[in-house]
Design a protein around this ligand. Structure first.
Ligand code: ZN
Length: 373
């Protein structure tokens, strides 16, 4: 290699030139409320299957049990342990020393979502009271950037999301709880789903069942092709609180299927294919399996701050399960999303926003060098 070439490469790696080679133009975020890293990385837990939290033990063993951790987790989340691990990055397997956490101490939902999307914990937000968030989210910020106006959409099961994203102030499109898609030009399928969601059973009160959130969101995605879409699912947390381990596992598998279908759509649609990053994570962890703590999560329940994250996209090197002894925080996600799209959210706020997770956005540098050689 000539000296001049080497110098050029160093300049590219060190400088901002690499930004122009970033491939991400769209971002899809999915959260599985209160889903534990333990199940993601270890599969179904035998002590919980053998406890009072599992009614039909035989059926659960048949569906989710295998001898090795590798087999078990793939049984539970087949998409996570095929496409995601082959083509993306998985964070938070504490069994191999890789950690993912919330930086807030609350260990509950509103504080978790606030941290993920506004980029920093807020000590004033410790519970789930329906109070409008005064912190600006990265979604609100992106929604105001040229080319992204009205291109940012949230579909959530939990009815509190309009508060978390402070829709009155932010003007973000947030479809949460049993809310209809309001667009007058919505297609017949969306209009049908609008009606259907009011006639189906509502087993978790005001919180919309995830299947409806998913189906409505997917239909919206297909018709309107937003550039940023966030799916917030809820039922994993709900089943945890109910102490129903079988349903908790069923929901994890179901949501893994939703994500698989989404990714398949993304990678076959010309708007999204090879220019969309998918981020999957959670808002908090739960207690350990024994003897009862897994059903709950809070500031008082140990390990509630433990999370996990999976990412796949054109700017993210396919490193699979991350084995580095590092800790990433949910507060880093906002700036990571911004960076993937070429924006700097941090520069627009006085709050102590988390730095981007460099390993996720690294490929622009690598690809850049390869292209320039
Ligand atoms: Zn909860």
């Amino acid at each position: 290699m000539k000296k001049a070439t080497l110098l050029f490469l160093i300049l590219i790696i060190g400088g901002s030139v690499s930004a122009q080679f970033r491939e991400t133009q769209n971002v899809i975020i999915v959260t599985l409320d209160g889903s534990r890293w333990q199940e993601i990385y270890r599969g179904a837990d035998s002590s919980l299957i053998n406890s009072k939290y599992t009614k039909d033990k035989e059926e659960v063993r048949e569906n989710f049990w295998a001898e090795t951790v590798e087999e078990r987790r793939k049984l539970l989340m087949p998409f996570m342990w095929s496409t995601m691990v082959r083509g993306g990055q998985l964070y938070g397997n504490r069994d191999i020393g890789n950690k993912s956490e919330v930086a807030n101490k609350a260990g509950s939902s509103y504080p978790g979502y606030n941290e993920i999307f506004t980029g920093a914990p807020d000590w004033k937000i410790m519970g789930n009271a329906p109070i409008n968030n005064t912190n600006k989210s990265v979604l609100e910020y992106i929604n105001k950037q040229p080319g992204f106006e009205n291109e940012v959409v949230v579909f959530a099961s939990w009815e509190l999301f309009p508060y978390i994203f402070n829709v009155k102030q932010s003007g973000l499109k947030v479809n949460a709880g049993y809310t209809d898609v309001a667009e007058t030009d919505a297609n017949g399928h969306i209009k049908y789903l609008n009606e259907l969601q009011h006639t189906i059973p509502h087993p978790i009160g005001e919180t919309r069942v995830d299947t409806m959130t998913y189906e409505l969101g997917k239909a919206y995605l297909k018709q309107y092709k937003p550039r940023i879409m966030y799916f917030a699912f809820d039922e994993t947390d709900e089943m945890g609180h109910r102490g129903n381990y079988q349903s908790y596992l069923n929901k994890l598998r179901q949501q893994d299927g939703f994500i698989k279908e989404l990714w398949l759509y993304i990678q076959t649609d010309s708007t999204y294919r090879n220019k969309t990053t998918l981020i999957i994570t959670c808002d908090h962890g739960r207690g350990d399996a024994s003897p009862w703590a897994w059903t709950e999560h809070s500031i008082l329940i140990k390990n509630s701050i433990q999370t996990w994250m999976a990412v796949i996209g054109p700017d993210t090197p396919a490193e699979g399960e991350m084995g580095t002894s590092t800790t990433i925080y949910q507060k880093q996600i906002a700036q990571t999303i911004a960076k993937l799209l070429g924006f700097d959210f941090k520069a627009n706020t006085k709050r102590a926003i988390g730095d981007p997770i460099e390993s996720i956005t690294r490929k622009d540098v690598i690809v850049n060098v390869a292209k320039k050689q």
